[in-house]
Design a protein around this ligand. Sequence first.
Ligand SMILES: [Zn+2]
Length: 179
Amino acid sequence: MPDDKLTSTLTRFRAYLAEKGMRRTPERDIIALKVARMTNLFDVEAVKAAIEADGQHVSLATIYTTLNLLVECGLLRRHRLGNNSAQYEKAAAGAKANHFLTICTQCGKIKEVKDIALIQFMNSLRVGAFKVQYYQLYVHGICNACSRRAKRLEREQAKAQAMEQRRLEREQERLKSKE
Ligand SMILES: [Zn+2]
């Protein structure tokens, strides 16, 4: 990201803090700058990891409250996706704000889907006099990895059951032969 973009993010955030009578702190600056460099969706943990990768440290609580301030001042958008922790993204306008996401209800994995036909359909959508700014579609279900894991478990259970069944049959035959 060009430096002027980073500067404008910081300027806007500082102006917001001043307006609200809140203190400007080095931690808040670090977080705002880090967030300005993030791409796609990210959560509190991801911001913490990115800050720590620079050898800096900011508490999760500070990151959390700062992200909320960034949402309030319009620099970030927050998503609440099922039971997962809140996800954030930079508040871009237009096509960049459009999302079609699949969310796994088991492991919480979020994936962006690029469906040309759907994008074309959504772009052509007219909702009366309502002026569409952006859309976000959340599709909840079971991801590939989780359904493979479930199938494997099922197979293992079936196998264990079959073995137990054979053991019981052999046991019965043995008892019969003793009679
Ligand atoms: Zn999953």
